[in-house]
Design a protein around this ligand. Structure first.
Ligand SMILES: [Zn+2]
Length: 181
């Protein structure tokens, strides 16, 4: 049973019937925005409108795809592949992206959250071995297949050379559908 089938259903308030319509809305995600078509139901008799979770989710999904394409952001699959290539768990990847909650990083891979441009740039920067070593060293993370090093800072010799992006604010996503009706 899905709420997405309000089509033809009764509006008890007036005895009219709901029919599906489409509206153009702006969906904002992680500081970026996309214009998408969103379905909604309107009572043909009194004009009462209803927007279901399914309709909102569909619009958000479409906005996510549009924003991802427009900004060239890594896909959830690409983020997972990158993490696996680096030998990190998603919790470790979160630690390497200082200040990013672990659930957010896991959400990037599930497509539940959309990384903003700064977070995306940070993820890509990890492909650079110097940046990667610097960040895992600072985070105290030991990638899979490596021995834990005893001494602090053993893996951070390149620290001074690296211009690591600052992400304290950048990686905190705002993932609300802030569309105005
Ligand atoms: Zn009505």
């Amino acid at each position: 049973m899905s709420l997405s089938s309000l089509e033809g259903s009764l509006h008890r308030g007036c005895g009219g019937r709901y029919a599906q319509h489409t509206e153009r809305v702006t969906v904002r995600l992680s500081g970026m925005a996309a214009e998408v078509d969103r379905d909604f139901f309107r009572c043909e008799k009194c004009g009462h409108e209803q927007r279901t979770i399914e309709q909102r989710d569909a619009a958000e999904k479409s906005a996510t795809e549009q924003i991802r394409a427009a900004n060239g952001l890594l896909s959830p699959k690409e983020i997972r592949q990158l993490r696996e290539e680096l030998g990190l768990t998603s919790a470790q990847l979160a630690d390497v992206c200082y200040g990013t909650p672990r659930g957010i990083v896991a959400g990037w891979e599930k497509g539940r959250y959309l990384q903003n441009r700064d977070a995306d740039a940070l993820l890509r920067s990890l492909r650079d071995p110097e940046v990667f070593e610097y960040r895992v060293g600072r985070a105290g993370v030991v990638p899979a297949g490596r021995e834990a090093v005893g001494g602090e800072g053993a893996a951070v010799e390149v620290a001074g050379e690296v211009d690591a992006p600052s992400t304290d604010d950048a990686t905190a996503p705002s993932y609300r559908d802030s569309t105005a009706p």
